[in-house]
Design a protein around this ligand. Structure first.
Ligand code: NAP
Length: 439
């Protein structure tokens, strides 16, 4: 390594971290060596464990970009390594010229309503992690024995969850959905999913392509409630006009023809989740032209899709209000820190908004700051005499998952998938993942 080379650690091997790695690898005037650290034995973060399995096109970024970054000779993967448990910020700060945190938003937003914690009320993180084979969530159980499920919030996650609950095994069995979820959803009795938006359709959080897809869901009626389209004022923003046009078309389409239905109910806020030993209903208030209307929706399953929250990283400052690490264009602002060289990208930088591609631009901004600091001599260079991360982990955590180990998992999943004409059959338990990694 020459004196101008940089050693960078990226914590988080999801889209934010991998786009940052890609930008660093593309530099011509500086050679950057990257260690990519992740708590999971598998890379790709929300592209693997967040993107809905019936949206395989959103995972193409793995084959087209992320796999190349991961296999790059100047990138090492350290999976199954947890910050705060196996290593600390200080460990990284001492060993690298710069550290980029791309740790996402790992906490849930709380609704703060009674009954939120009753069995049968779950966060989107739990349900999405479960159907996507995230090893932390595979043992969860969801009561799919009732005919109705209610989703609170109407962002893209809400639409993902509604589709997965209603698409049925014919559509899901060709995807990479986790086998345990496929089995449970095959037995599911759910016929109706109600998606609640607390505001009007002009404020719906879902994106246009995602709601437009609802016009073509096989075997599912889509209904729209709580909207007076004629009473809505002309919208100045074109993508809101596009959203309203789609919703109007959905509202006007014939219904009652299919076995299952998704209802998009607007102007309806959750007030309390009722039940004794488990969820029995959701109390709501709907705003109408003539006032407010209270209602109780009978259901045994409530899924709270109301967004995510970033969590603090030990050793770094935290903005409790925004739930992000305070930063300027990706440079962490820490009045108490002695050294520079700490950066953020992705949801922990800007909050949990945006699609996967949003992370590309976000990471570019962060990497630009890092390189500017390097050129200006503002980075405190890591001391060459300090043992590297590999040596440190050999003492503390010998079962980290390196790139070749991950490739064994990847190959097994893809091979099993090919046998079933699916993209992959996910390995979803910690034990099996680690066994396959070392096999
Ligand atoms: P989101 O887009 O922030 O939507 C959150 C929803 O929860 C909003 O409808 C919000 O309503 C509602 N909400 C929040 N607090 C509430 C409360 N106390 N009571 C009732 N409703 C409440 O979050 P998300 O759906 O979790 O998505 C997170 C990010 O991932 C988004 O940027 C999304 O685009 C992205 N994503 C993208 C895709 C895709 O590209 N297909 C898929 C999944 C996720 P208000 O608007 O009224 O606050």
């Amino acid at each position: 390594m020459s004196a101008n080379d940089l050693r960078v650690a990226i914590v988080g091997a999801g889209p934010a971290g991998l786009y940052a790695a890609g930008h660093l690898l593309h530099q011509h005037d500086v050679t950057v060596n990257i260690d990519l650290i992740d708590r999971l034995p598998t890379p790709f973060g929300l592209v693997r464990a967040g993107v809905a399995p019936d949206h395989p096109e959103k995972k193409l970024v793995i084959d087209r970009l992320f796999d190349f970054y991961l296999d790059h000779p100047r990138v090492r993967f350290f999976g199954n390594v947890e910050l705060g448990t196996d290593i600390t910020h200080e460990d990284l700060d001492a060993r690298y010229d710069a550290v980029i945190y791309a740790v996402g938003a790992s906490d849930d937003v709380s609704l703060g309503i009674p009954g939120e914690d009753l069995p049968g009320s779950h966060s989107a993180r739990d349900f999405v992690g479960w159907y996507n084979g995230h090893p932390d969530f595979r043992d969860l159980r969801f009561d799919l024995s009732g005919k109705r499920a209610v989703i609170i919030g109407n962002g893209n996650v809400a639409l993902d969850v509604a589709r997965i609950l209603t698409l049925g095994p014919r559509n899901l069995s060709q995807t990479e959905i986790a086998d345990h979820a496929l089995a449970a959803l095959t037995r599911s009795a759910i016929e109706e999913v109600i998606i609640l938006g607390r505001r009007g359709p002009e404020h719906a959080a879902f994106n246009n392509p995602e709601i437009e897809e609802f016009a073509d869901l096989e075997g599912i009626d889509v209904e729209v409630e709580g909207v007076d389209f004629d009473g809505l004022s002309e919208q100045p923003v074109w993508n809101v006009r596009r959203k309203l046009k789609t919703l109007k078309q959905l509202a006007e389409a014939p219904s009652g023809l299919q076995e299952k239905r998704i209802i998009l109910r607007f102007m309806t806020a959750p007030v309390a989740i009722s039940g004794g030993a488990k969820v029995a209903g959701l109390k709501t208030i709907t705003k109408t032209a003539s006032g407010e209307q209270a209602n109780t929706i009978e259901t045994g399953l409530v899924l709270r899709c109301v967004g995510y929250r970033g969590a603090a990283v030990l050793g770094l400052p935290f903005d409790d209000a925004r739930c992000t690490i305070p930063n300027e264009h990706g440079r962490v602002i820490d009045p108490n820190a002695a050294s520079s060289g700490v950066y953020v990208t992705g949801w922990i930088k800007r909050g949990p908004k945006g699609v996967i591609g949003t992370n590309k631009k976000c990471a570019l901004e962060t990497v630009h700051c890092l390189l500017e600091d390097a050129k200006a001599g503002r980075l405190e260079r890591s001391a060459p005499e300090i043992e590297g991360l590999e040596a440190l982990l050999k003492q503390r955590k010998s079962d980290w998952v390196a790139t070749d180990d991950w490739r064994r998992i990847d190959m097994a999943e893809r091979t099993n998938g090919a046998d079933q004409e699916r993209p992959r059959v996910k390995i979803s338990s910690w034990n099996e993942l680690l066994q396959m990694a070392t096999s």
